[in-house]
Design a protein around this ligand. Sequence first.
Ligand SMILES: *Cc1c(COP(=O)(O)O)cnc(C)c1O
Length: 378
Amino acid sequence: MEYKINPSIRTPYFLVDENLLLHNLEILKQVSQQTGCKILLAQKAFSMFSVYPLMRQYLAGTTASGLYEAKLGKEEFGGETHIFSPAYREDEFQEILQCVDDIVFNSPSQLKKYAAIAKQAGKSVGLRLNPECSTQEGHAIYDPCSPGSRLGTTLEQFDETLLPLLDGLHFHTLCEQNSDDLEITVNALEQKFGKYLSQMKWLNLGGGHHITRSDYDIQRLIKIIQHLQKTYGVQVYLEPGEAVVLNAGFLVSSVLEIVQNQISIAILDTSAACHMPDVLEMPYRPPVQQSGQPDEKSYTYRLAGPTCLAGDVIGDYSFDTPLNIGDKIVFEDMALYTMVKTNTFNGMPLPSIVYRDKSGNEHLIKTFGYQDFKNRLS
Ligand SMILES: *Cc1c(COP(=O)(O)O)cnc(C)c1O
C-alpha cells in the first residue's frame, strides 16, 4: 500500500497506519478465537503505547524482556503481562512481581532461586526450554538453538525435581518463519519434553511466527495449537512481535544532498545506524516505495544516512526519475524493531511518530528534540 506524503510533517518520521495494523490484528484475533490460544504482543518489537488501547481489543496482553517493558505493558496495555529474561536482578525482582502475571525463567538455577517468591506472590511460573532444533538458516544471531546458546534449558540441564516448581513451559526458537518450521520444532519439543507437558497448565510457543505474512500457513498453525491443547490439556500462548505490526508502518525521509563516487549517492535525513539499525545488524534491504533493484529502473542511487559512519548505507535502489534534493523517500515495513531501537549517535534527531487513523487523518503523536539527546548524557 502506497503512503501518500503529507508535506506539512517534518521528516524523518515513523508513520503507523491504523488500517494496516487492524488487518494484522484481525488475523491474530481469528487465530485465538478459532483455537482458544492467547496471543501476547512482544513489546520488544513494537512499544508504541498510544495504540495499545486499540491492540488490547484484539490481543490478550503483552510480554516483556525486562522490568521497563513489563511496567509499560501493565500501565498502558493491561490484560495479561508476561516476562522472560535470561537473568533477573535481585534488586528489581519485587517490582517485576508487581507488574507481571506470568514469569518465565531461563535456567534451572534462576528457577530455583526465584520460583518460591514468585509463587508466594501468586504468579504463574515457567521455564524456557531449548529444544535444540535449529530451523533457521543464515541469521545465527537470531537463532536461540545455535550451538552454545545461552537461551533456554536443554534436556541435559533439565531434571524432574524442577517439575513441582512449574506451571508452564516456554520456547522461542523462530524468527520470521512459517508454521512448517513450528511443526518441526514442536515435534522436537515433544520428543524431548513431551512426557512433562501434561503436567503443565500452559505452553508458550514464543514469537517468530510470521502469521500475518500473505504466504503464512495459518491452518497448519491452528492444527498444531489444537493438537497441543488436546493432547496435553495446556493453554497455548503465542507471543509474536513482528507479525503484529508487519507492513503496518513507514519511515519517511528527505533527500538532503546527492554526491558522486562511481555511483550517485543520496544522503537522507534518516540513518540506518540510528533509525533502522536492523538494516545493518540483520542485515536486510528495506523496501522503498516506487523503487526497483539497482538498474532495474532508469536512475540508480545508493541511499545513505547523514552520520559520519562510513557504513551508514541503507542500500542501492533505482527510480523512474532522477532524485532531487528535497524529494521524499518512503521506507516500508518500518513499524517493527525500529522505534524501539533508535539512538542518537552523532547527535542525530529521533524521527517523529505519526499515526494515521482509519479515516486517513494523520496525527503527529510525538516529536523529539535536543533535550532527548542531552538527557541521556551528562
Ligand atoms: C523476540 C522475542 C519474541 C518476539 O519475536 P518476533 O520475531 O518479533 O515475533 C517473543 N518471545 C521472545 C522470548 C523473544 O525473545
